[in-house]
Design a protein. Structure first.
Length: 259
Protein backbone atom coordinates (compact mmCIF):
# COMPACT_ATOMS: atom_id res chain seq x y z
CA UNK A 1 0.00 0.00 0.00
CA UNK A 2 1.31 3.46 -0.93
CA UNK A 3 1.07 5.94 1.93
CA UNK A 4 -0.34 9.46 1.50
CA UNK A 5 3.07 11.14 1.60
CA UNK A 6 4.35 9.10 -1.35
CA UNK A 7 1.06 9.64 -3.17
CA UNK A 8 1.55 13.40 -2.80
CA UNK A 9 5.12 13.13 -4.05
CA UNK A 10 3.95 11.12 -7.05
CA UNK A 11 1.33 13.76 -7.85
CA UNK A 12 3.86 16.60 -7.67
CA UNK A 13 6.35 14.58 -9.72
CA UNK A 14 3.71 13.97 -12.40
CA UNK A 15 3.19 17.73 -12.67
CA UNK A 16 6.94 18.55 -12.68
CA UNK A 17 6.35 20.51 -9.47
CA UNK A 18 9.25 18.99 -7.50
CA UNK A 19 12.53 20.86 -7.30
CA UNK A 20 15.46 19.09 -9.02
CA UNK A 21 16.89 17.62 -5.80
CA UNK A 22 13.50 16.29 -4.65
CA UNK A 23 12.81 14.91 -8.14
CA UNK A 24 16.10 12.98 -8.14
CA UNK A 25 15.35 11.59 -4.68
CA UNK A 26 11.88 10.53 -5.80
CA UNK A 27 13.25 8.88 -8.95
CA UNK A 28 15.58 6.87 -6.71
CA UNK A 29 12.51 5.69 -4.81
CA UNK A 30 10.83 4.71 -8.07
CA UNK A 31 13.77 2.51 -9.02
CA UNK A 32 13.08 0.29 -6.00
CA UNK A 33 9.28 0.44 -5.84
CA UNK A 34 7.38 -0.97 -8.81
CA UNK A 35 3.99 -0.10 -7.30
CA UNK A 36 4.98 3.53 -6.76
CA UNK A 37 6.40 3.73 -10.30
CA UNK A 38 3.14 2.40 -11.72
CA UNK A 39 1.24 5.05 -9.79
CA UNK A 40 3.57 7.83 -10.98
CA UNK A 41 3.19 6.65 -14.58
CA UNK A 42 -0.59 6.60 -14.25
CA UNK A 43 -0.56 10.10 -12.76
CA UNK A 44 1.55 11.45 -15.61
CA UNK A 45 -0.66 9.84 -18.23
CA UNK A 46 -3.88 11.01 -16.59
CA UNK A 47 -2.63 14.56 -16.09
CA UNK A 48 -1.49 14.64 -19.71
CA UNK A 49 -4.91 13.45 -20.86
CA UNK A 50 -6.55 16.31 -19.00
CA UNK A 51 -4.04 18.80 -20.37
CA UNK A 52 -4.89 17.73 -23.93
CA UNK A 53 -8.39 19.08 -23.40
CA UNK A 54 -6.98 22.62 -23.24
CA UNK A 55 -7.69 24.62 -26.43
CA UNK A 56 -4.82 24.73 -28.90
CA UNK A 57 -3.05 28.05 -29.41
CA UNK A 58 -3.46 29.24 -32.98
CA UNK A 59 -1.17 31.88 -34.53
CA UNK A 60 -2.82 35.19 -35.49
CA UNK A 61 -4.09 35.09 -39.11
CA UNK A 62 -2.11 38.21 -40.02
CA UNK A 63 1.22 36.56 -39.11
CA UNK A 64 1.94 35.23 -42.61
CA UNK A 65 1.12 38.54 -44.34
CA UNK A 66 3.22 40.47 -41.84
CA UNK A 67 6.22 38.23 -42.55
CA UNK A 68 5.72 38.45 -46.31
CA UNK A 69 5.45 42.26 -46.17
CA UNK A 70 8.66 42.48 -44.20
CA UNK A 71 10.48 40.23 -46.66
CA UNK A 72 9.18 42.21 -49.65
CA UNK A 73 10.37 45.46 -48.07
CA UNK A 74 13.81 44.01 -47.38
CA UNK A 75 14.01 42.60 -50.93
CA UNK A 76 13.12 45.98 -52.45
CA UNK A 77 15.62 47.81 -50.24
CA UNK A 78 18.41 45.43 -51.31
CA UNK A 79 17.62 45.45 -55.07
CA UNK A 80 20.31 47.07 -57.32
CA UNK A 81 19.53 50.57 -58.65
CA UNK A 82 18.44 50.79 -62.30
CA UNK A 83 21.28 51.98 -64.59
CA UNK A 84 21.13 55.62 -65.78
CA UNK A 85 20.23 55.87 -69.46
CA UNK A 86 23.03 57.25 -71.69
CA UNK A 87 23.07 58.19 -75.34
CA UNK A 88 24.76 55.68 -77.60
CA UNK A 89 25.69 55.89 -81.24
CA UNK A 90 23.55 53.85 -83.52
CA UNK A 91 25.15 50.62 -84.57
CA UNK A 92 24.80 48.78 -87.80
CA UNK A 93 25.53 45.49 -86.10
CA UNK A 94 22.76 43.37 -84.80
CA UNK A 95 22.18 44.22 -81.18
CA UNK A 96 23.44 41.72 -78.70
CA UNK A 97 20.93 41.25 -75.85
CA UNK A 98 22.37 42.16 -72.51
CA UNK A 99 22.50 39.54 -69.84
CA UNK A 100 20.12 41.57 -67.64
CA UNK A 101 17.25 41.56 -70.12
CA UNK A 102 17.66 37.93 -71.07
CA UNK A 103 17.90 36.74 -67.45
CA UNK A 104 15.19 38.97 -66.00
CA UNK A 105 12.42 36.37 -66.03
CA UNK A 106 14.52 33.54 -64.50
CA UNK A 107 15.84 36.00 -61.91
CA UNK A 108 12.33 37.13 -61.06
CA UNK A 109 11.16 33.54 -60.74
CA UNK A 110 14.14 32.66 -58.58
CA UNK A 111 13.61 35.73 -56.44
CA UNK A 112 9.93 34.95 -56.04
CA UNK A 113 10.74 31.37 -55.06
CA UNK A 114 13.39 32.57 -52.61
CA UNK A 115 11.01 35.07 -51.03
CA UNK A 116 8.26 32.48 -50.72
CA UNK A 117 10.66 29.92 -49.28
CA UNK A 118 12.08 32.49 -46.90
CA UNK A 119 8.58 33.49 -45.87
CA UNK A 120 7.63 29.92 -45.13
CA UNK A 121 10.88 29.35 -43.27
CA UNK A 122 10.49 32.53 -41.23
CA UNK A 123 6.84 31.74 -40.53
CA UNK A 124 7.75 28.25 -39.40
CA UNK A 125 10.54 29.66 -37.25
CA UNK A 126 8.22 32.27 -35.81
CA UNK A 127 5.57 29.67 -35.05
CA UNK A 128 8.21 27.45 -33.46
CA UNK A 129 9.34 30.37 -31.29
CA UNK A 130 5.72 31.06 -30.36
CA UNK A 131 5.22 27.39 -29.52
CA UNK A 132 8.39 27.29 -27.41
CA UNK A 133 7.39 30.45 -25.58
CA UNK A 134 3.89 29.13 -24.98
CA UNK A 135 5.20 25.82 -23.69
CA UNK A 136 7.55 27.63 -21.34
CA UNK A 137 4.76 29.90 -20.16
CA UNK A 138 2.45 26.93 -19.67
CA UNK A 139 5.14 25.12 -17.69
CA UNK A 140 5.68 28.12 -15.43
CA UNK A 141 1.96 28.56 -14.89
CA UNK A 142 1.57 24.88 -14.16
CA UNK A 143 4.39 24.88 -11.64
CA UNK A 144 2.97 27.94 -9.93
CA UNK A 145 -0.78 27.38 -10.06
CA UNK A 146 -1.62 23.90 -11.29
CA UNK A 147 -1.53 22.19 -7.93
CA UNK A 148 -3.81 24.89 -6.54
CA UNK A 149 -6.36 24.51 -9.35
CA UNK A 150 -6.20 20.80 -10.10
CA UNK A 151 -6.79 18.00 -7.67
CA UNK A 152 -5.19 14.60 -8.11
CA UNK A 153 -6.82 11.80 -6.18
CA UNK A 154 -5.81 8.17 -5.80
CA UNK A 155 -8.60 5.80 -4.85
CA UNK A 156 -8.17 2.84 -2.52
CA UNK A 157 -9.92 -0.51 -2.66
CA UNK A 158 -12.91 -0.92 -0.38
CA UNK A 159 -13.41 -4.57 -1.32
CA UNK A 160 -10.75 -7.30 -1.22
CA UNK A 161 -11.37 -8.25 -4.85
CA UNK A 162 -10.04 -4.79 -5.85
CA UNK A 163 -6.87 -4.84 -3.74
CA UNK A 164 -4.64 -4.89 -6.86
CA UNK A 165 -6.59 -2.18 -8.66
CA UNK A 166 -5.20 1.33 -9.11
CA UNK A 167 -7.42 4.33 -9.67
CA UNK A 168 -6.28 7.88 -10.34
CA UNK A 169 -8.47 10.93 -10.90
CA UNK A 170 -7.37 14.36 -12.06
CA UNK A 171 -10.03 16.99 -11.39
CA UNK A 172 -10.01 20.56 -12.73
CA UNK A 173 -12.45 22.54 -10.60
CA UNK A 174 -12.26 25.60 -12.83
CA UNK A 175 -13.29 23.66 -15.93
CA UNK A 176 -15.58 21.30 -13.98
CA UNK A 177 -13.95 18.49 -15.86
CA UNK A 178 -11.83 15.49 -14.97
CA UNK A 179 -10.17 12.31 -16.16
CA UNK A 180 -10.29 8.94 -14.42
CA UNK A 181 -7.76 6.16 -15.10
CA UNK A 182 -8.21 2.62 -13.81
CA UNK A 183 -5.87 -0.38 -13.97
CA UNK A 184 -6.25 -4.02 -12.87
CA UNK A 185 -9.97 -3.67 -12.26
CA UNK A 186 -12.03 -6.88 -12.30
CA UNK A 187 -14.81 -7.14 -14.92
CA UNK A 188 -18.06 -5.53 -13.81
CA UNK A 189 -19.96 -8.68 -14.68
CA UNK A 190 -23.16 -9.35 -16.58
CA UNK A 191 -25.78 -6.66 -16.18
CA UNK A 192 -23.39 -4.38 -14.24
CA UNK A 193 -21.41 -1.20 -14.91
CA UNK A 194 -18.91 0.85 -12.94
CA UNK A 195 -20.12 4.34 -12.12
CA UNK A 196 -18.17 7.35 -10.86
CA UNK A 197 -19.40 9.65 -8.09
CA UNK A 198 -18.13 13.00 -6.84
CA UNK A 199 -18.68 13.67 -3.15
CA UNK A 200 -19.29 17.39 -2.54
CA UNK A 201 -20.27 18.42 1.03
CA UNK A 202 -22.88 20.85 -0.28
CA UNK A 203 -24.97 18.00 -1.71
CA UNK A 204 -26.74 15.42 0.47
CA UNK A 205 -25.87 12.63 -1.97
CA UNK A 206 -22.89 11.89 -4.25
CA UNK A 207 -23.03 13.59 -7.66
CA UNK A 208 -23.12 11.37 -10.73
CA UNK A 209 -19.90 11.48 -12.77
CA UNK A 210 -21.00 8.97 -15.37
CA UNK A 211 -20.14 5.42 -16.35
CA UNK A 212 -16.57 4.12 -16.40
CA UNK A 213 -16.34 1.33 -18.99
CA UNK A 214 -13.51 -1.11 -18.25
CA UNK A 215 -12.04 -3.17 -21.09
CA UNK A 216 -11.09 -6.85 -21.04
CA UNK A 217 -7.63 -6.00 -19.67
CA UNK A 218 -9.15 -4.22 -16.68
CA UNK A 219 -8.18 -0.76 -17.96
CA UNK A 220 -10.27 2.39 -18.29
CA UNK A 221 -9.51 6.00 -19.11
CA UNK A 222 -12.53 8.26 -19.25
CA UNK A 223 -13.11 12.01 -19.32
CA UNK A 224 -16.06 13.11 -17.20
CA UNK A 225 -18.13 16.13 -16.21
CA UNK A 226 -20.49 15.74 -13.23
CA UNK A 227 -24.23 16.20 -13.58
CA UNK A 228 -24.19 19.13 -11.14
CA UNK A 229 -21.72 21.98 -10.45
CA UNK A 230 -19.07 20.94 -7.94
CA UNK A 231 -17.91 23.46 -5.34
CA UNK A 232 -15.51 21.12 -3.57
CA UNK A 233 -14.60 17.65 -4.75
CA UNK A 234 -14.03 16.22 -1.29
CA UNK A 235 -13.82 12.61 -2.45
CA UNK A 236 -14.41 10.40 -5.45
CA UNK A 237 -16.02 6.98 -5.43
CA UNK A 238 -16.61 4.19 -7.92
CA UNK A 239 -19.50 1.86 -7.34
CA UNK A 240 -20.85 -1.22 -9.06
CA UNK A 241 -24.29 -0.42 -10.43
CA UNK A 242 -26.93 -1.91 -12.77
CA UNK A 243 -25.98 -1.70 -16.44
CA UNK A 244 -26.55 1.78 -17.84
CA UNK A 245 -26.04 3.48 -14.49
CA UNK A 246 -28.39 4.99 -11.96
CA UNK A 247 -29.22 8.58 -10.90
CA UNK A 248 -28.28 7.84 -7.28
CA UNK A 249 -25.70 5.39 -5.96
CA UNK A 250 -27.20 2.09 -4.88
CA UNK A 251 -24.48 -0.50 -5.31
CA UNK A 252 -21.36 -1.26 -3.28
CA UNK A 253 -18.52 1.29 -3.30
CA UNK A 254 -15.46 -0.59 -4.57
CA UNK A 255 -12.96 2.28 -4.83
CA UNK A 256 -12.85 5.45 -2.74
CA UNK A 257 -10.45 8.31 -2.10
CA UNK A 258 -9.64 11.96 -2.58
CA UNK A 259 -8.45 13.62 0.63
Amino acid sequence: MIDEHRQDLAAEYALDALDPESARAFEAMLANDAELKALADDLRETAAALALDAPAHLPPPELRERILSRIRAEAEAGAPAAPTATAVAPSTEAPVPSGGGRNLLPWALAAGFAITTAALWMERGSLQQDRTALLQEARELRNRDFLAKVKIATLSAQVDAYSKATAVIVWDAEKQHGVVKLNNVPPAGAGKDYQLWVIDPKYPAPVNGGLVPVNAEGIARVSFSPDQPISKADKFAISLEPAGGVPKATGPIVLLGGN
